[in-house]
Write a protein that binds this ligand. Structure first.
Ligand SMILES: N[C@@H](CCC(=O)N[C@@H](CS)C(=O)NCC(=O)O)C(=O)O
Ligand SMILES: *[C@@H]1O[C@H](CO)[C@@H](O)[C@H](O)[C@H]1NC(C)=O
Ligand SMILES: *[C@@H]1O[C@H](CO)[C@@H](O)[C@H](O)[C@H]1NC(C)=O
Ligand SMILES: *[C@@H]1O[C@H](CO)[C@@H](O)[C@H](O)[C@H]1NC(C)=O
Ligand SMILES: *[C@@H]1O[C@H](CO)[C@@H](O)[C@H](O)[C@H]1NC(C)=O
Ligand SMILES: *[C@@H]1O[C@H](CO)[C@@H](O)[C@H](O)[C@H]1NC(C)=O
Ligand SMILES: *[C@@H]1O[C@H](CO)[C@@H](O)[C@H](O)[C@H]1NC(C)=O
Length: 282
């Protein structure tokens, strides 16, 4: 077969495929699985594919994001902070954690771990606040605050490293301290000060590392605010209302970092219960 005949045949195949099949038959993509605001997603996956962009246009903002959460609970706030940084709306679905709604048979099929947040984007369901945050940032990379680098491998490496430091070094002691000093008293239980004392020693070791790092860098992963900083906010917000606050204040660089990240308007909105209830669509 000559190369020009091959070209004609190939073109014909492509034309027939694109008129007789659903968009993206090669990917097995279900139209209802495409993210709400799918332009960025589309461009990332199918660079400059006219068909995809057209399709996105029809779907964009057809469905809103839905988030199961509870206004005062720390982990959903991580996702809310990302949504507000990106300027995205969402439909809040309140799961009353004080009455144990997260363990009810109606909620367990939604998240068998019995926890919030749960995030819905059409047919896509995600749990784990950090995974949800990364999904939103990836889909909406060119919208609102740029929370991660998506191009430079070394920057991606450094940002990923600090996100994991938060998850595996900072969060374990910080969430124990929040549990003992904030959640337990709310449930009418007494804090165990032996545990608080031991756990504070662990947190101090982490904050010493942060203090050194922040001598060289305005924020943990770079000189601008990133997802790595944002991930810390839910625990820090609560710890600043306990005696553990002094561990942050005793370290000047950590102290000013905390002040900067807590002052972000998106974070204030994430902590505002009224914003939770009034966020139905922009
Ligand atoms: N690793 C999960 C943790 C989720 C989590 O612990 N959520 C808390 C609220 S902040 C919860 O639902 N607690 C209810 C329970 O465990 O009964 C995430 O980051 O999303
Ligand atoms: C595609 O979406 C429809 C709802 O529009 C759903 O019923 C169907 O199960 C989905 N198919 C796949 C393969 O996910
Ligand atoms: C995606 O591509 C279209 C067409 O090239 C462009 O108009 C649009 O701004 C792009 N969107 C994003 C989020 O980059
Ligand atoms: C959760 O339920 C309790 C007890 O019924 C109620 O007092 C509280 O206001 C509810 N919280 C929210 C956020 O709806
Ligand atoms: C915490 O532990 C240290 C050493 O283990 C001890 O010296 C200190 O008194 C304890 N503080 C409290 C408040 O229990
Ligand atoms: C801070 O920068 C100095 C000079 O560039 C370097 O020697 C040091 O290792 C850096 N410290 C950290 C914690 O990155
Ligand atoms: C701070 O803690 C006190 C009691 O320890 C509590 O009454 C108050 O509501 C808390 N404030 C916030 C903003 O959580």
């Amino acid at each position: 077969m000559s190369s020009s005949r091959l070209l004609v045949t190939l073109t014909l195949v492509i034309v027939i495929m694109s008129i007789s099949y659903e968009p993206f038959p090669w990917m097995g993509v279900n139209a209802s699985d495409v993210p709400t605001s799918c332009y960025a997603y589309c461009n990332q996956t199918f660079e400059s594919r006219h068909q995809c962009n057209k399709w996105c246009e029809e779907l964009a903002h057809k469905d809103g994001y839905k988030i199961y959460g509870y206004p005062s609970s720390p982990n959903p706030r991580r996702v809310l902070a990302v949504l507000h940084e990106k300027g995205l709306s969402f439909d809040p679905i309140t799961v009353n954690l004080t009455t144990g709604d997260q363990q009810k048979p109606s909620f367990l099929p939604i998240n068998p771990f019995g926890q919030v947040p749960v995030f819905l984007d059409g047919h896509l369901k995600l749990i784990e606040s950090r995974a949800i945050s990364l999904y939103i940032e990836t889909v909406h990379r060119s919208r609102g605050t740029k929370l991660l680098n998506h191009k430079n491998y070394k920057k991606i490496g450094t940002e990923t490293m600090w996100m994991y430091v938060e998850s595996f070094e900072f969060d374990p002691p910080a969430s124990i301290l929040v549990w003992e000093q904030t959640i337990k008293p709310m449930k009418g239980l007494k804090a165990d000060y032996k545990v608080v004392n031991e756990t504070e020693r662990k947190l101090e070791k982490v904050l010493d590392v942060y203090e050194e790092r922040l001598k060289n860098s305005s924020f943990l992963a770079s000189n601008s605010f990133t997802m790595a900083d944002l991930f810390h906010l839910p625990n820090i917000q609560y710890l600043m209302n306990t005696t553990t606050k002094r561990l942050f204040e005793n370290r000047p660089k950590v102290h000013s970092w905390v002040a900067k990240i807590m002052a972000r308007p998106a974070w204030k909105k994430a902590c505002d219960a009224n914003a939770w209830y009034s966020n139905k669509k922009n």
